[in-house]
Write a protein that binds this ligand. Sequence first.
Ligand code: SF4
Ligand code: SF4
Length: 338
Amino acid sequence: MRYSPFGKTGFQVSALGFGAMNLPGVSLQQAGDTLNYALDHGINYIDTAAGYRNSEEIIGETISHRRSEYFLATKTNKRDYAAAKEEIERSLVRMKTDVIDLLQIHYVNYVSEYKQAMEDNGAYKAALEMKEAGKVRFIGITGHRPELLAKWISKGDFDQVLFHLNLAQPFALNELIPMATQMGMGKVAMKPLSGGFIQPVEKAIRYPYSQNVDVIISGMISVDEVKQNLAAMEQEVEEEERKELEALALELGSHNCRRCNYCSCPIGVTIPDIMISSQVRQTLGLLPKGNGFYERQKDKILSCADYEPCREKPLCEEKCPYHLPMQKVVQEAASYYR
Ligand code: SF4
Ligand code: SF4
């Protein structure tokens, strides 16, 4: 596995980062075994968020005694100063640490949210104060809209940026990664499996590994998953394989969905998951979690074609900033059941 200098932070980080988002779904024993196994096998970047249920507490309970062995990244999704400051202080307590290496302003997808976080009484000010107090080392930003993130980071306020990069969402390659590189920032790619859809896992992990990013965050819940992800990074990606993966990503990413979540459906179709996974489903098949999703959504997906209020004009499409043909993709997905 590769280790890279992490922007201008002075830290060297492992290419595989531990995403702790799903740890609250397993026993504390299993979570601790998985995290400790990861540290024992060279993973030194741990990523969580205040909003991931008790994920921060699990980290505090199970690996805080090994604090010097990992770079610790968490997030606040609060936008105003007071709420963000309170949440960052709570994160320190929950993770049983004196310092958070990276505090990310979390899930910034709308211009209004960015403005709110950056204004005089915003979350950024709280992060900056905590940095001046020595409780936070670096400040980052996360979001689902790469072209907006590219604009925002160009102002020089952040040390790191976290974005999607997977075979079905290659969009960060266009503007965001080049801008983050130009700014000398830490680059972290998330959701290599797009939340449990893309298989085979090895190919899914090797795609972002073939690109100019420092860390790939994978949400892991078992020692077997850590082993599988580490195995995918044993060998560097050669030029020929990189080109093949990029060609595949062009095909699988043709739906263009950023998962910005602007859209909603009155009958409960989970549109972004379908937009992102439908092409993957046809070409590579899905992981069991993805197949389970399609089983659970079956009735809703099948109802889309008969939903009267969307006959003339699909309600979801009115809200998509990328003007994507969601109704068509959802109705195509219905054909899988026939
Ligand atoms: S379909 Fe459009 S609005 Fe919905 S998540 Fe994707 S890009 Fe955003
Ligand atoms: S077109 Fe289908 S997916 Fe879109 S809002 Fe209407 S029912 Fe929902």
